[in-house]
Ligand binder design. Structure first.
Ligand SMILES: NC(=O)c1ccc[n+]([C@@H]2O[C@H](COP(=O)([O-])OP(=O)(O)OC[C@H]3O[C@@H](n4cnc5c(N)ncnc54)[C@H](OP(=O)(O)O)[C@@H]3O)[C@@H](O)[C@H]2O)c1
Length: 322
């Protein structure tokens, strides 16, 4: 089969190669999938660069999620008839065939387009799990950083469904802007995260903050949090170190939590995962535009797809198809 393979960690432009790879055989608890589409995500870059929680095992097929049709199931993974449309999350998705553990395979409702299905297993479940973990009260204030990201868009919509007032922090020029909800009124602008949040302080502190930036701006986020509030760090867009006095957390009685979707899926009750799947599929069937696509390239043109990501300022994911 054709696959996008890397033999060492590094920049995708330098280490990825399209080549023939052995066809995988489903083992116990595994599902074999003929992959039809894959969204290229920030996590894919981290994985290829060797900076992700899941480490590559060389030669490694790239890619962590996708969608397609079930070809076969290993022992203990029965229940998906051949031909079932599924979304999945598992290393090795950038190939014609991929294996995924049963716990990361999700049947796709018929009305969901492939471009949406291939994005289901990561960002929508992450947004749902993040909100479930911080369970903001309906009248509470929530801050979502990297506000133009796919996860932020999903978080804002899910928060609105729960009656929670979400503000979005977005990059703007060389500074930051704070918006009241999706496409909402401008609350404040500032040259830094601290300045933008400081200028909006009269609107009150945030009860929860969901942040994939990380880095030194984490301190400004802590300062914008209400006493007893919760900061959830779920990404490393800014992977610089920060230094912190314990009093910053202590005097506020705040909680600082790290969140990874796999950890959440492993500890969530089956009924909670089922509730997430039902709500997310229904929401995405109504609004497929919540997961926009900027462009699609065949798997064999992965180099062009990577270049498009580096160069594009368009909202939406780049897909690898076929
Ligand atoms: N923990 C988990 O399980 C989990 C699961 C899914 C995603 N994530 C993480 O969530 C984040 C968002 O993923 P996504 O797929 O939604 O991303 P996305 O749609 O590709 O968008 C990335 C966004 O990040 C912003 N950004 C990039 N570098 C930044 C920086 N240094 N400071 C502030 N903003 C920055 C960009 O802002 P501009 O628009 O200004 O360029 C862009 O809007 C990623 O870090 C991803 O790894 C984590």
């Amino acid at each position: 089969m054709q696959a996008v393979v890397f033999e060492r960690a590094g920049r995708p432009e330098e280490v990825l190669a399209v080549r023939e790879a052995p066809e995988p055989v489903p083992g116990r608890g595994q599902v074999l999938i003929r992959v039809e589409a894959r969204a290229i995500q920030p996590a894919d870059f981290l994985f290829i660069e060797g900076r992700y929680r899941v480490r590559p095992a060389f030669p490694q097929v790239a890619g962590l999620e996708g969608s397609g049709r079930v070809l076969a199931c290993g022992d203990g993974a029965e229940g998906f008839p051949a031909g079932t449309r599924v979304a999945f999350r598992s290393p090795g998705a950038w190939a014609e065939l991929a294996l995924a553990p049963l716990s990361r395979v999700y049947p796709v409702p018929p009305q969901i387009p492939e471009a949406v299905a291939c994005q289901f297993a990561l960002n929508p479940l992450t947004a749902w799990g993040l909100l479930a973990d911080c369970s903001p009260a309906p009248s509470s204030r929530l801050l979502i950083t990297a506000g133009r990201s796919a996860v932020a868009r999903l978080l804002a919509r899910l928060a609105a469904r729960r009656g929670v007032r979400a503000s979005l922090l977005v990059r703007e020029g060389s500074g930051y802007a704070l918006l009241e909800g999706e496409g909402g009124a401008l609350l404040a602008r500032g040259a830094s995260v601290a300045e933008a949040l400081g200028r909006a302080a009269q609107a009150g502190p945030f009860h929860a903050i969901l942040d994939p930036m990380g880095g030194p701006d984490t301190l400004a986020l802590m300062d914008a949090l209400a006493p007893g509030g919760r900061l959830v760090t779920y990404g490393l867009l800014d992977d610089r170190e920060l230094s912190l006095k314990s009093s910053r957390l202590l005097f506020k009685n705040m909680t600082w939590q790290g969140f990874g979707v796999d950890g959440w899926l492993d500890r969530a009750a089956p009924a909670q995962i089922q509730a997430a799947r039902s709500e997310l599929w229904a929401m995405l069937a109504e609004e497929p535009g919540l997961l926009p696509v900027a462009a699609a390239f065949p798997l064999s043109r992965v180099d062009e797809a990577i270049r498009a990501i580096r160069e594009s300022r368009l909202p939406g994911k780049i897909l690898l198809t076929g």
